[in-house]
Design a protein around this ligand. Structure first.
Ligand code: AMP
Ligand code: GLY
Length: 429
């Protein structure tokens, strides 16, 4: 079969790497892809994966490409095209596309929608309010003594959340999002949540509209510096499984959240086919949902897929066809660790075009893959082309071995200004 993958970051490299192992795929494109994705080859016939220079948000160009090349399956990874309705558009034109439709993608595209949905359906979350008026928002934040998460309602490249611990800070955050429009229209409305304390974990569930199959646990590291200091980022590293929930606790947490969510979707006629990725805080008073994402996490995908034993094509097809109840997800017992190498300056402004060396040496290590995120080919060199540049991933029998192996691979790679956290997975050790 012929497969088109939409997106071009580390998550998409992990998806392409895993899909390329499927004996069912004879041709694969990735739009726009990156330098690492174009180096992947299909295990069925040795053909290279072809990168196509179409931006993930350019829906008309994506559809034209599909009409010309007739993919049998299109896998949509990033949030933006999902929110724009790419799955609806492809289906209307007779193409099979995997990912939530536009209505279902609202779980991520509107934090206000998600928060209201959780209240309607009794899903545990933090005390919160949604506001279109800055003064009302400030008054609510003040009622929480300024200890809150101030969130732009819409999509903001994962950066639209400001955590505050005083009224001065919460006033400033509301001003920045609603009045100064630091995240554009995404900040017309804000969701203000009480600041929760506890251990944060990521859940993922494969969904087909009726059934949700939970993945094992993983944990991301959102802050840019060691010890969870510094600015929030898209994610600086992950590992899976995370030891804070055993299988039984995971199932309990899952059903406290996923069961009412599925029931709510049925009641509101939301046909969610894709990955539901709730961010969860394990608080003293139980697990609480911080947010819903409607896609694979990045860099969670980089540690999940090396552990997944199923053919990913089968899972996408079962999700589209509503057959997930017949499918069992199989995971290896290995622990995987991903360390993100970022450009100097990230998550603020950073230069591009720095030559990356040592990629082959790192990739040559056993059970180790360097997933590319912001990279591009420049003549004979691979150069940096984004904030998060690489997701260096290794899997081993134990967490300590996996962590050491990932950092061993990181030590072989260099580019000017590169920085990474040195404490990925440390919380679990
Ligand atoms: P979000 O994009 O909504 O997941 O928020 C980004 C990050 O901000 C999360 O991964 C948490 O680390 C943090 N965060 C979000 N909401 C809260 C909250 N209510 N309490 C504490 N931390 C939060
Ligand atoms: N790991 C953070 C995200 O994908 O939003």
């Amino acid at each position: 079969m012929k497969v088109l993958v939409v997106g071009g970051g580390g998550r998409e490299h992990a998806l392409v790497w895993k899909l390329a192992q499927s004996p069912k795929i004879a041709k694969m494109w990735c739009a726009p892809g990156n330098a690492g994705i174009c180096l992947e080859r299909l295990s069925s016939n040795g053909e290279p994966v072809e990168c196509v220079a179409i931006g993930a948000k350019d829906l008309p160009a994506m559809l034209d490409f599909a009409k010309e090349n007739q993919p049998d399956l299109t896998v949509v990874a990033p949030d933006d095209p999902l929110a724009l309705g790419i799955v609806d558009l492809f289906e209307k034109n007779g193409f099979r596309a995997w990912g939530p439709n536009q209505k279902a993608a609202r779980f991520e595209a509107s934090k206000a929608f998600s928060q209201d949905f959780m209240l309607r359906h009794g899903i545990p979350t933090s005390a919160s309010g949604t506001f279109g008026d800055p003064d009302e928002a400030k008054a609510f934040a003040a009622s929480l003594n300024g200890r809150c998460a101030v969130k732009a309602d819409g999509l903001a490249l994962g950066k639209g959340v400001l955590l505050t611990t005083s009224i001065e800070e919460s006033d400033g955050a509301i001003q920045k999002i609603m009045v100064d429009k630091a995240f554009g229209d995404a900040g017309d409305d804000v969701v203000i949540q009480e600041l929760l304390e506890g251990m944060e974990v990521s859940l993922h569930a494969f969904c087909d509209g009726k059934t949700a199959k939970l993945f094992p646990t993983s944990q991301d590291h959102k802050r840019v510096l060691d010890n969870d200091e510094g600015l929030n980022t898209g994610g600086m590293g992950t590992y899976s499984p995370a030891p804070f929930l055993n299988d039984e606790q995971l199932a309990t947490v899952g059903s406290a959240i996923i069961d009412p969510w599925l029931k709510g979707c049925a009641e509101e006629e939301i046909d969610f086919k894709g990955i539901l990725y709730p961010g969860i805080m394990l608080t003293d008073s139980g697990p609480k949902v911080l947010e819903f994402n409607a896609r694979f996490g990045d860099p969670e995908t980089q540690v999940y897929l090396p552990r997944l034993e199923n053919d990913l094509v089968d899972l996408f097809e079962a999700s589209i066809d509503g057959r997930l109840s017949d499918v069992e997800l199989n995971w290896s017992n290995k622990t995987a660790v991903c360390v993100v190498m970022a450009s100097g300056g990230y998550p603020e402004s950073y230069p591009k075009g720095k030559v990356i060396s040592g990629l082959d040496e790192a990739n040559a290590l056993q059970d180790t893959v360097v997933f590319h995120a912001g990279t591009k080919q420049d003549g004979d060199s691979i150069v940096t082309n984004g904030g998060r540049v690489l997701g260096v991933t290794a899997w081993r029998d134990t967490l300590t071995e996996a962590r050491d192996a990932a950092y061993e691979a990181v030590s072989r790679i260099s580019f000017e200004g590169a920085h990474f956290r040195r404490d990925i997975a440390a919380k679990a050790l």
